[in-house]
Write a protein that binds this ligand. Structure first.
Ligand code: GDP
Length: 443
């Protein structure tokens, strides 16, 4: 996922901070210098980094922090809070018109940003919330885009309105709204044409639509892989046509992720959703607090729980949430949830959301679906008592388990180590996740 490298670097800085009983101002300055470098290397906007470090520095050398019993933890807490603030502190939802009035949403962005895919992803989200969306193909320059929207609309069970490529986008949009009224749709999503670069024609086309149609939300789609360009594009679209929010795509990829940290601070407009893959379900609501905790290696248990609630048994998910919060889960729960986890996508991605498991720790662990079966075999070879109380796993027990599972003892050690690390991280971060936007005591 994005941020792996940033996350790894920040966690190293924090490890040093946490290890110190007392902190001098110089310690904080050194640590923040490293944080600054890490952010710049992650392609976070220079001005944003400068302000961020200044704010953290001011707060971190304050009397309360330096004289506290755990100054290192306090500094980490401040970094976390300020990172949440940077991304907007509050989660912003796409707004809908009241009652059953039609909400028109204009989707815009450069070609290849993921606009058409994201449009279909959004339609699916709206549908599952009980809305009746209509997708509209306004990209008349790329016939393939119309076809792509139709295919994706089909997959989502959402109708697509199109008039081919011989009409002006503004006229297609007008006709689509009439169609929506007749067919009781309450959300109309316009998929407009992108270009490879910002150009006048594209902007004029969007302005023409906005001048002739009552667009309720203008949403820009940007590609996280383009780094600072995504930030510049956001600024330009906002200045030219005015946007209400941004959806940042391809955060699943190997991007440095700086755009996600800069867009809100530079444009003043919130990130609404994050595209996390090519599948039409790979769109996550953007929660600044959860994103910050993911970046800081504190994991993202809440998104994990959301996924669980959407795709697995609700009672089981609640149970899991309770255990996560209390750091009480054992190998029985691990095994129990594993069957459910299979339904929720790649195990690697899921583990990365766990505290202490992001930021590159997983690189040498090589987790894939086959590894998952190996893990299962190991847990199956444990006795009930061992699963319930992993602390009793001494060498002879581990040897027996390895034999039973047909794996090397090092595999058993690796699993137990990961498990312990996860529990330890949860304890460590417990109570740390405050912040303006966050809720206390989440873990
Ligand atoms: P458009 O030109 O802006 O409409 O872009 P498309 O919707 O055609 O997407 C361009 C490419 O990006 C396609 O191959 C999509 O599958 C891919 N894509 C879109 N969103 C994401 C995402 O969140 N993650 C990944 N990995 N790929 C994405």
């Amino acid at each position: 996922m994005a941020f792996d490298s940033l996350s790894e670097k920040l966690q190293n800085v924090f490890k040093n901070l946490r290890g110190k009983g007392r902190l001098s101002e110089a310690d904080v300055t050194t640590a923040l210098k490293e944080v600054k470098m890490a952010l710049l290397e992650a392609d976070v906007n220079f001005k944003v980094v400068k302000n961020f470090i200044k704010t953290v520095q001011e707060r971190a050398v304050g009397q309360d922090v330096m004289s506290s019993l755990t100054p290192g933890q306090m500094v980490i807490k401040i970094v976390n809070e300020e990172m949440v603030n940077l991304m907007g502190s509050e989660t912003t939802e796409i707004a809908f018109k009241a009652g059953n009035d039609i909400t028109v949403i204009l989707m815009c962005g450069l070609q290849g940003a993921g606009k058409t895919t994201t449009t279909a992803k959004l339609a699916g989200k709206f549908k599952s919330k009980g809305k009746k969306p209509l997708l509209v193909a306004c990209d008349i320059y790329r016939p393939a885009a119309i076809e792509q929207l139709k295919i994706n609309g089909d997959k989502q069970g959402v109708p697509v309105f199109s008039m081919g490529d011989k009409h002006k986008p503004v006229n297609i949009a007008k006709a689509a709204i009439e169609h929506a009224v007749k067919n009781n749709h309450n959300v109309v999503i316009l998929d407009t044409a992108g270009r490879l670069h910002i150009d006048e024609d594209m902007m004029n086309e969007l302005i023409e639509i906005k001048e002739n149609i009552e667009v309720f939300q203008t949403i820009l789609v940007v590609d996280a892989m383009t780094g600072q360009d995504a930030v510049n594009v956001s600024e330009m679209f906002n200045n030219k046509i005015g946007i209400d929010g941004v959806i940042i795509t391809k955060l699943d990829g190997d991007t440095r992720g700086g755009a996600a940290l800069s867009i809100r601070a530079v444009t003043g407009k919130p990130i609404l959703y994050a595209g996390m893959g090519e599948k039409l379900t790979d769109l996550e609501q953007f929660y600044p607090d959860r994103m910050a905790s993911r970046i800081l290696g504190m994991g993202d248990i809440l998104t994990l729980i959301d996924k669980a609630q959407a795709e697995i048994d609700e009672d089981k998910a609640k149970e899991l949430e309770k255990k996560f919060k209390k750091s009480e889960f054992d190998f029985n729960d691990f095994l129990d949830s594993m069957q459910q986890i299979r339904k929720m996508g790649g195990i690697g991605d899921i583990l990365k959301m766990m505290p202490g498991m992001g930021g590159g720790q997983l690189k040498d662990v090589d987790i894939d679906e086959n590894a998952l079966s190996g893990v299962e075999a190991i847990i199956f070879s444990m006795t009930k008592a061992e699963r319930g109380n992993p602390d009793i796993l001494n060498t002879s027990r581990k040897k027996r388990i390895a034999q039973g599972a047909g794996v090397d003892i090092s595999e058993v050690n690796k699993l137990v180590k990961q498990f312990e690390q996860m529990k330890k991280s949860m304890k460590q971060f417990s109570g740390l996740m405050g912040g303006k936007g966050g809720k206390k005591g989440r873990f």
